[in-house]
Every structure is written in C-alpha cells, then in structure tokens.
Design a protein around this ligand. Structure first.
Ligand SMILES: [Zn+2]
Ligand SMILES: [Zn+2]
Length: 85
C-alpha cells in the first residue's frame, strides 16, 4: 500500500499520511484518511500538502485552507488572520 505525504485532513483536521486506495492517471489519486476514513484528495495548489474533501458527486479541488485563501481574494486575507481551529 502506498501513502501520500503528511497533510491536514479536511474532516478530522489531523495531520495524516493518506492511504492511496485508487491510483488515477488522469485524475487525482483517490485517498483515504487513516484516522477518520474519509475520502480525500491532494490539494491542487502547488506546494500544498493538505487534503481536499472527496464527495459522492463532487470532489473539492482545494483544501479548506486554500479555499479560504482563494475566497478571501487577498483583500481581507492576511489582515484578519483568523483561524477556525
Ligand atoms: Zn481524517
Ligand atoms: Zn491546499
């Protein structure tokens, strides 16, 4: 079995090494969180090792952190620096 690098799971918010359970050549590898067993994918942002939520009909492209950064648009992002943790 192969593993992904350490990254934050969007479901349980733990740093986990995701288990690859379906290798894809055209799409992203489908992974599973070893902690909460949620379906996760590697975030599309280059250099980001966190994970995006996988769903039954729709898979997130970005991890929650990058989604927040993207939605913040750099206008309020970085000033408030609020962390939901
Ligand atoms: Zn998890
Ligand atoms: Zn990310």
């Amino acid at each position: 079995m192969s593993y992904k690098p350490l990254g934050k799971c969007p479901f349980c918010k733990e740093n986990v090494r995701a288990i690859i359970f379906e290798e894809n050549f055209f799409r992203r590898d489908q992974c599973k969180c070893p902690d909460c067993h949620g379906v996760i994918y590697v975030c599309r942002t280059p250099g980001c090792d966190h994970y995006a939520r996988g769903g039954e009909y729709y898979d997130d492209e970005l991890c929650p952190d990058c989604t927040k950064r993207f939605l913040g648009g750099g206008i309020i992002g970085g000033i408030t620096g609020s962390d939901t943790k």
